[in-house]
Design a protein around this ligand. Structure first.
Ligand code: C2E
Ligand code: CA
Ligand code: CA
Length: 599
């Protein structure tokens, strides 16, 4: 479109230039004709006088010359001669006309027998006057030609200049749209890539720092304090950033609240950046929330050997990780991050196939009575048999599945395997198996129905199933979910709160909904000697007061058993009795024992 427009203007300029040339050409043709006819006047008059002097009369030539002289003076006549508006030329023509009139009278006199001398003299004068007139016409024509050419070049110069200026202006406009971020005036990502490339080419031994950062919870700030405030914040950050990286750095905004910058590395430079930016924000805004605003950084060191695309990806990857670590964090790129990314991609690519191929295997870890160590149940735990020799543990894939929703399929796959196990070994309510359900799964609209469908498919008594939900999930349960969990309890399912005390305290929730079992987080057994007894005792007492069962996780040593016995914690789970083992082995090791014990 833009190219078409400039082509149009370019063509117009040339058409006008050609018109100027053609007009001046025609004008000069006109001059040439006038010069030619002036010459004819001069020649024809001489011829006429010669004939008259020889006694030959030629009135036709006299009429012809009258007409031409008249046409030369007025520009009107049958020969298409133009009138030359030049004072000197016109006065010479007037003088010639007077001489011509005198000559015409003298011709009559000569015809009537007067002396020829006077006519001859007049013709001599007339010849020199005609000569001067032709010279003047020639002059005027030359001048006109010079001015036409000059005008043509001036025209070309001016239009060329205007066109060049316009073209340059348009290019700048296009560059602005293509490379400049409208809101902040910083370069955009496209321009930044080129800036970084240029910068890297100029580096010698210097080490530079590439950062990619964003404002945490920017969406929240936008919606809570208004988009005007959000935009103001972005402008402040942009202005500060472009000052901070001067004079050697380059920076850009990559849409929304994401910024890139590349500048010389120095120790603690990111901390200084954060501090100074905070001061700057405070100085430029009235709102009292600046102290709560945090930035997450991905950072990587850069030298001249690096490839632009790689380092941009690295900073991005580091930033992505910073966002998962927590607000206000800086994560530095290193090879481990990349390995983690490969691993995550591999997991996501293979998960569906793995489910179909039964690579997610049911492991069981016994729960036991304290102090007798009698096995009273088990917990289902998943292991991914990714190949014959490699097993992945839940922490490596469950957080990913929780993010992409696949956890729902996995949880029900393990639940189905658990039900099949219970069915195969005819387990009853006195030997419940607990199954972990992620908060994502319990929030799924089909959770309740799917649970029942599978239970019914295997004819499992509901009391055989303990639903383990981690404490942090309890923290944001909606009332609809609480109602559903209460309904499941009424139906006979056992509900247990996993990892109790691990982070979010859900004491409040214990008030609004009842659970059957508290699972004390394994971390408590790792606490300092003096504290752990008191804490565990407190939780055990709390559970008893609320009429709940209580079990302690992470029982690893004889001392742990003694401590739990001391605080009257009746149940335990942990490596002291057994690691989680694959279901067949669990059956062999623990169900046979149970059967033997029953005999
Ligand atoms: P969790 O539910 O708290 O499971 C107990 C974890 O503690 C298990 O780790 C288990 O192997 C480990 N453990 C058992 N005894 C001891 C001990 O004496 N000392 C120590 N230090 N650890 C012990 P695992 O199997 O790696 O599972 C980690 C977490 O993954 C589980 O924590 C659970 O939250 C989750 N998970 C496992 N399987 C599933 C599943 O099928 N679905 C869902 N949604 N989550 C699962
Ligand atoms: Ca659990
Ligand atoms: Ca646990």
């Amino acid at each position: 479109m833009k190219q078409k427009q400039s082509m149009g203007i370019y063509t117009c300029i040339w058409i006008i230039a050609i018109i100027i040339l053609i007009v001046s050409l025609f004008q000069n043709l006109g001059y040439a004709k006038v010069i030619n006819y002036s010459g004819i006047v001069r020649g024809a008059t001489q011829k006429l006088v010669k004939e008259e002097l020889q006694g030959e009369k030629d009135d036709d030539v006299i009429v012809y010359l009258d007409k031409i002289i008249h046409e030369l003076q007025t520009g009107q006549g049958e020969n298409g001669l133009m009138k030359i508006d030049n004072e000197k030329y016109q006065s010479q023509l007037a003088t010639m006309e007077v001489s011509w009139d005198l000559m015409k009278k003298e011709i009559q006199n000569v015809r009537n027998g007067a002396s020829e001398k006077r006519l001859y003299e007049l013709s001599q004068d007339y010849f020199s006057q005609a000569d001067q007139m032709v010279a003047t016409a020639q002059n005027v024509s030359d001048q006109s030609l010079v001015s036409s050419i000059t005008l043509f070049f001036i025209y070309l110069l001016i239009t060329g200049g205007v066109f060049a200026f316009w073209y340059h202006y348009k290019q700048r406009q296009i560059k602005k749209v293509m490379y400049i971020d409208k809101l902040t005036g910083l370069h955009n990502f496209l321009a930044f890539q080129m800036d970084v490339q240029k910068k890297l080419e100029t580096l010698n031994d210097e080490v530079y720092l590439l950062i990619y950062f964003d404002i945490d919870d920017f969406k929240y700030l936008n919606t809570s304090y208004g988009y005007t405030f959000g935009n103001q914040l972005l402008k402040i950050v942009a202005q500060f950033l472009s000052k901070f990286i001067q004079p050697q750095g380059v920076c850009a905004r990559n849409g929304s609240d994401n910024f890139y910058a590349l500048f010389p590395y120095s120790e603690d430079v990111i901390d200084h950046f954060k501090e100074e930016l905070r001061c700057d924000m405070k100085a430029h805004t009235d709102l009292d929330i600046i102290d709560d605003i945090t930035l997450s950084f991905g950072a990587c060191l850069v030298n001249s050997q690096n490839d632009v695309q790689n380092i941009l990806d690295n900073a991005l990857l580091a930033h992505k990780n910073a966002k998962t670590v927590g607000k206000g964090c800086t994560v530095w790129y290193d090879q481990n991050l990349l390995d983690k990314l490969y691993q995550e991609n591999m997991i996501i690519k293979q998960m569906h196939h793995a489910l179909v191929q039964h690579e997610f295997q049911l492991y069981l870890q016994p729960k036991f009575h304290i102090p007798s160590l009698e096995i009273i149940g088990a917990e289902s735990l998943v292991r991914w048999h990714i190949s014959e020799h490699e097993i992945l543990y839940p922490d490596e894939f469950i957080p990913l599945f929780e993010k992409n929703g696949f956890i729902y399929d996995l949880d029900f796959d393990i639940f189905r395997q658990t039900c099949a196990f219970i069915d195969d070994y005819h387990l009853l309510e006195d030997f419940p198996i607990s199954v972990n359900f992620s908060r994502v799964t319990i929030h799924h609209k089909d959770f309740y129905n799917e649970l029942h469908k599978i239970i019914e498919e295997y004819h499992i008594p509901v009391g055989c199933i303990e639903i383990e939900i981690t404490e942090s999930a309890f923290n944001d349960l909606s009332s609809a979910i609480i109602d559903m969990l209460n309904r499941l309890r009424e139906e006979g399912f056992i509900i247990s709160m996993d990892d109790f005390g691990a982070g979010y305290s859900s004491l409040n929730l214990l008030n609004s909904m009842s659970v059957d079992v508290l699972k004390i987080d394994c971390q408590f057994l790792l606490e300092q000697e003096s504290k752990k007894e008191q804490i565990i005792r407190l939780i055990v007492d709390l559970a008893k007061t609320l009429n709940m069962k209580v079990i302690c996780e992470g029982v690893e040593t004889k001392e742990d058993i003694q401590l739990l016995e001391k605080v009257h914690c009746p149940l335990g789970q942990g490596y002291y009795v057994s690691y989680p083992v694959i279901h067949d082995e669990f059956a062999k090791r623990f169900l046979r024992e149970k059967e033997k014990a029953l005999l």
